[in-house]
Structure formats: structure tokens, C-alpha cells
Design a protein around this ligand. Sequence first.
Ligand SMILES: Cc1cc2nc3c(=O)[nH]c(=O)nc-3n(C[C@H](O)[C@H](O)[C@H](O)COP(=O)(O)OP(=O)(O)OC[C@H]3O[C@@H](n4cnc5c(N)ncnc54)[C@H](O)[C@@H]3O)c2cc1C
Length: 538
Amino acid sequence: MANPQPDFDAIVIGAGFSGMYMLKSLRDRLGLKVRVYEAGDTVGGTWYWNRYPGARCDSDSYIYCYTFDRQLLQEWQWSERYPEQPEILRYLEHVAQRHDLKRDMQFGTRVTGVRFDDATERWTVGTDRGDTVTARYVIAAVGSLSDSNLPAIKGLDHFKGRWYHTSQFPKEGVDFTNKRVAVIGTGATAVQAIPEIAYQAKQLTVFQRTANYCVPARNGHVDPDVVKARKARYGEIVDTIRSSFFGFELAFIPKSVLETTPEEREKEFDRMWDEGGFAFWLANYQDMFFSAEANRLCADYIERKIRKTVKNPATAEKLIPKGYAYGTKRQPLDSHYYETFNLDNVTLVDAKADGPIEAITEHGIRAGGKEYPADIIVFATGFDAMTGPLKALNVSGRGGARLNDAWKDGPRSYLGLMVAGFPNLFTLTGPQSPSVLSNMPVSIEQHVDWVSDCIAHLESHGKKTIEATPDAQERWVAHVNEIVNMTLMPGANSWYMGANIPGKPRVFLPYLGPEGVGGYRKKCDEVAAGGYEGFVLA
Ligand SMILES: Cc1cc2nc3c(=O)[nH]c(=O)nc-3n(C[C@H](O)[C@H](O)[C@H](O)COP(=O)(O)OP(=O)(O)OC[C@H]3O[C@@H](n4cnc5c(N)ncnc54)[C@H](O)[C@@H]3O)c2cc1C
């Protein structure tokens, strides 16, 4: 008997920036029948879930948006350099409405199983709402930072107060007034949230495992003349960010910091510091990520800033990072973060200096043998980054092989887009692509366009499947590791290395290519232009 038609041409999992544009492209450009499943109640992804106080983007708003809709680039007005979560969510809701995306989306539905059928060469997708549907293509747009990490700390069940994870904050918000609050974590999220919580709370205790190097955000309203000038040259901006190293209008200083005089580099450091945002991180001297000696000069500058800002020298000492190179962890942007530790109602408990967290008690947190009272605990403990949401899909591919087995020693992919043995399954901003090491809308649009072009190619050439070859995959994995091993990145216990999750293999998760996102884009385009080299089309 001939196989009946599949229920859909494509299933897209996730309705954040990635899934929304993927739907738009497959449906409106290629005319495919598409269904999007999204666990949240609406579109937005990151900006639907992360509602903690101070949640905002760290990319400049004029490039933290879609570029496929050039008219919208002209029309949309951002209120600040880095808009807050509700504004970004409003923007994404607007895009959904403008392109009529919701009619093909099913919300409040989590995909729990994705299985390839060798006989029909189709995928069957199952959800927690009992849907079982078939499709020719599956596109995982599940996000790189969408699987919350709640550390297993003894005693949480007995805590009498309330507790929240920053990535699952209640929609109605949390009132911290007159409350004793504990924040666990000091990564990019905590650095945004801590000043806001300190302002409201009666007492704030911050539990720090690893100090971070923070640089100033310098948020604020953008001069209307600057906005106008940017709108006038958006075409050029889009070209620049697409061919840039990190997806920003930023470029490394093309010399070694070691060749500079102390006066010269101090002037450059001051300039980047004053500019704010990621300039100090992503547009510093070109050897900052490669040479420990060069890196030390950049780190030393930040350390001096911390000592100058934080009044208590013992607290300043705790806030100064130790044991890893500057820039090798996600750069937090600081809006009064360091100043917060000058407030009388704020205490810093450092795992090394004061002792690590031992347990959550009925009325607080015990660390280093001392109990710190808390009415509310906020876990700013991040995510099982990049692989977590993909592993949670329970994917089985050709011959019933499980993705989670294939990745037990860390992710293996070809171009971060596909995995050998899993035909027609695409991973947007997947492991071993630039992803979280870039301004993500740039990488998202690049992946969506590539996947759409690929599917268009399959359709027009009468091919049913595309699959990465194990050889091409092994070469890509080796290339990803070879490049990153030339840098200082592997030395940090960062989430880029999977080090925040106990038992997670210590593998560098994104791709830091020699020519950044621009070079990566070129590589992906060349692969496609060469007839999908490294893939089998059948
Ligand atoms: C607090 C925070 C700030 C950030 N700031 C920046 C920034 O300044 N610049 C930048 O470039 N990036 C930033 N990021 C990264 C951000 O995740 C990306 O910029 C972008 O939003 C990712 O979009 P996405 O659609 O790929 O993933 P997400 O926005 O994470 O969307 C994925 C969606 O998939 C859904 N999903 C996952 N698994 C399933 C499943 N099994 N079934 C159904 N649905 C599922 C999730 O519910 C989620 O809604 C930030 C991230 C966080 C957490």
C-alpha cells in the first residue's frame, strides 16, 4: 500500500526568533505545510520565559532584531540601547501578527519524542499533549539557552519561603519589598538582576561561585540623530554584521596589545570602556583570546576598575575573577552591578573565601557553616546550554540510533546544522555553529536561510533526504576543536565548555571560526554551492 501523505511537510520545534522566521520562510517562501510546536503560551522564546527584574538584551537593539523584513527595520522604534524583556517580547508579538504566524503554531505543547522511520523516510513527532504527527522535515528551533539549570542543592524541598529560577519567572512578577532575598549565581543574568533586586529588597545576599569580569553596558536612550543615521544606512549595517566576526559592528584592533605602550593601550581601553557594551570583549586587541600575557593586560584594567568602584577592599577582592582568562566566559554587562556591593543591605558570600553553599535550610541558605536567612531564593544559575534542549527531544534517527547516545561524549555535528544518522533533521544555532558566540539574530537568520535553500534544493531536484556523512562530520568536529584549542577558551569552567552542569562532557559547544560568523557563512554557502558537499542527498 502506498504511504499516505505525511501530516505536514515540516515540523518546527520552538517559537522564538528562530522558529518564527523558520515558519515564515518555509511557509511563505517555499509554500510548505508547516506546524510549529511551542512549550510556552505564545511566541518569543527567551523573551517569553526570562522575566526577571532587569532582563534585557546585551546586543544593541538596532541589530538585535530581524533583518529579513527591511520595512520593519525602518518602522520599529526601540526605546533604549538595550530594551527590556517586555519590549522585545512586544516586538516579537508584532512580527508574529504582521506575518500572520500564529495560525500555524500550537502553544502550550512540548515535543517529547522525535523518531525517524526508515521505511517511510519520515519523522514522527510526539508531544506532551498527545499529538502524534508525521513530517518530512524536522527543524529544531529549541534555542541554545532554553533548558534551565536548577542545581541539585540539598534541602530545597524543605525551604519555607518562595523560590524562582530567573528563566521561569512568574508573569505577574515578584515583589521583593521588605524581603530578605538570596540570589544564587553571578553570571550575565544575575549581573542584570542583582542591582534591581537590591533596590527593592530589605536584605540581599549574593552567593558567588565564580567571579565574573563585568564591563559597563551604558544603557540609555539613543540619540534620535544616531537612530536616523542608522536607518539611512541599514543595508550597509546588515552587510557588515553578516560578514563580521561576531555579528556586530565591531572588529578587533588589528595588532598585539603587547606591541603597545602602557599609555597607548590605556587610551584604547578607556575608549572601549566608555563605549560600553561588548566593545571591550569583542573589539579588543586581536591577541586577547590567544595570548595569556596579552589577556592579562586587559584583565588588569578591569581589576583596577573593580577596586576603584567597590569600597570595601575585601569585597572587591572577592569580586575579582581568578583562575581563568578574561573573555573566556559569557561577558556580563554591568549597570551599577559593582556599586550594588557598596550598599548596606547587600552581602556577598563567595564560595572560596566564605565557603560553598552546603544546603538550603527551612529559612535560608547555609554556606561555609553559616546560615544566611532568606524569604525568597532566586536561582540565576543559567542553562544546560546548547545540547540540553536538543537532548530533551528524545530523538531517534536512522536504525533507531539515539541522538543522546551519539552525543554521550559531547555533541558531534556537521556545520552545527545536521548530525550524521539523522536525515532531514536540522538544528538551528546548534552545537558547533557560531550560535551563542555571536549576535544571535544574525546567526539565526543565516541558518534559517540556509535550511530553506537546502529544502528548496531537495524539492526542486526530486530528492527525499539529506544527511551529513560521518566523514564530513568528523572533519568538522576536529576543525572546531583544533581552532578553539588555539585559544584560551578551553581553560575556563564556562557553560561554553559545559562546565556548569555536573557530569556534562567538557567539550567546547559553539564554533569559534578563524573568520568568525562571516567566514562560517561563507563556508556554509560554499558547501551548498558545491552540491552539498559532505552531505548525501538521496
Ligand atoms: C537572559 C538572556 C539574554 C540574552 N541576551 C542576548 C543578547 O543580548 N544577544 C544575543 O544575541 N542573544 C542573547 N540571548 C540569547 C537568546 O537566546 C537568543 O538571542 C535568541 O532569543 C534565541 O532565539 P531562539 O528562537 O533560537 O531560541 P529561544 O528564544 O530560546 O526559543 C526556543 C523556544 O523553543 C521552545 N522549546 C524548546 N524545547 C521545546 C520542546 N521540546 N517543545 C516545544 N517547545 C520547545 C522554548 O520554549 C522556547 O520558547 C539571551 C539569552 C538570555 C537567556
